[in-house]
Design a protein around this ligand. Structure first.
Ligand code: PLP
Length: 367
């Protein structure tokens, strides 16, 4: 049996044919019309007025912070359970990430803990919609308004996920997505910023293009860098975006299948996931996930332990306690989650897990 990876990108003849056609067209490879088309598709899908793509999700976060004027001396609230890039981006712009514990219902930032972490230096909340899940977004908006904070969304894992009828990443001043290989759609590397503010959009465009006054000039009226995309990536991104709606449906089906096979087993926890959520990865929580990971590997199944809590990373140790993130980050395992997995593969994976847990739950799906 072939090894089932925890996650793998999904590219087919569409990407290959369009890439060949593009390369034969004499195009300049760097960002231009294809990039604009890709940005337009993201803006339309997410319901944002503006979209701007850059090198990757981490840079998108830093650009969002620069665009809002956040820098040295400022504090930004960041959840303790996230990919390290969320906190690192805050440091990249010279500000200080203040770690905040998460709520057990959604594994996203706990608003009560955020309130306690506020100081006079706090300038923004950088909310992570972890695995496409979201907390009470209205309450976060109110909180940010009340305390005059920017509301920035790290929606790197949330393309295809909504809260109510609104796409995640569109609640705050700026939302950010990532297109690295494990994401629901990929351009190899890549990131996007979405916003409804024309002013922020213009700032973002300048920051990514050396602070250039306008295109075609070498006068620079502001500080900026080169965070540009390429049309090479956009050719792939456009084809991937066309497949996004189908992948969202499949991710939801896959989550439900895993849950129906493994839900209710003692000692194994699923986090509630709603119809609007398109889970990025299938995440389960149990004691000693490393042992299950070893067992799955022997059965040709890849998995990955979830992120350690940020406060336990050497560069972020602060001596404070984060009991909820400690609890989940040390018990989490990501199961195979590529949208091309078949039901048979998922049932096989679940059977391997049941064997490990010595559970006699029959497979429902294929009966
Ligand atoms: C929550 C979160 N934020 C930021 C990033 C960074 O994105 P990138 O890898 O595109 O830089 C990731 C990547 O997985 C992520 O999961």
């Amino acid at each position: 049996m072939e090894f089932i990876h925890q996650m793998a990108p999904w590219i087919d003849e569409n990407e290959i044919n369009h890439m060949v056609e593009y390369l034969r067209s004499g195009a300049w490879l760097t960002e231009f019309k294809k990039t604009e088309q890709f940005e337009q598709m993201i803006a339309e899908y997410t319901g944002s007025k503006f979209c701007c793509v850059v090198n990757n999700g981490t840079v998108s976060l830093a650009v969002a912070l620069w665009a809002t004027g956040i820098g040295p001396g400022d504090e930004v609230l960041v959840p303790d359970y996230t990919m390290i890039a969320t906190a690192n981006a805050v440091r990249l712009v010279g500000a200080t990430p203040i770690l905040v514990d998460i709520e057990p219902q959604t594994l996203c930032m706990d608003l009560n803990c955020a309130e306690k972490a506020l100081t006079k230096k706090t300038k923004a909340v950088l909310l992570v919609s972890l695995n496409g899940r979201s907390p009470d977004m209205g309450a976060f908006i109110d909180f940010c308004r009340e305390h005059d904070l920017y509301f920035l969304e790290d929606a790197a894992q949330s393309l295809g996920s909504f809260h109510g009828r609104k796409h995640l990443g569109t609640f705050g001043d700026i939302g950010v997505f990532s297109f690295s290989s494990p994401k629901i759609i990929t351009t190899g590397q890549g990131g996007a910023l979405v916003t409804d503010s024309e002013e922020l959009y213009q700032k973002i465009k300048k920051i990514k293009d050396f602070g250039r006054e306008t295109g075609g000039t070498d006068w620079h009226d502001e500080m900026g860098y080169n965070f540009k995309f390429t049309d090479l990536q956009a050719v792939i991104g456009i084809e991937q975006m066309k497949k996004l709606p189908q992948r969202v449906i499949r991710k939801k089906e896959m989550y439900r299948l895993y849950e129906s096979e493994l839900g209710g087993i003692d000692g194994l926890e699923f986090i509630p996931t709603f119809d609007q959520t398109s889970p990025w990865f299938i995440d389960i929580y149990l004691e000693n996930p490393q042992e299950l990971q070893k067992h799955l590997k022997q059965n040709q199944v890849g998995s990955r332990t979830v992120y350690p809590p940020i406060n336990e990373q050497k560069i972020y140790a602060n001596g404070r306690e984060y009991p909820v993130s400690r609890n989940y980050c040390h018990r989490g395992l990501w199961l195979p989650s590529s949208s091309f997995l078949t039901d048979e593969q998922i049932v096989y994976i679940c059977d391997s897990i049941k064997k490990y847990l010595k559970v006699k739950k029959p497979a429902k799906a294929l009966v």
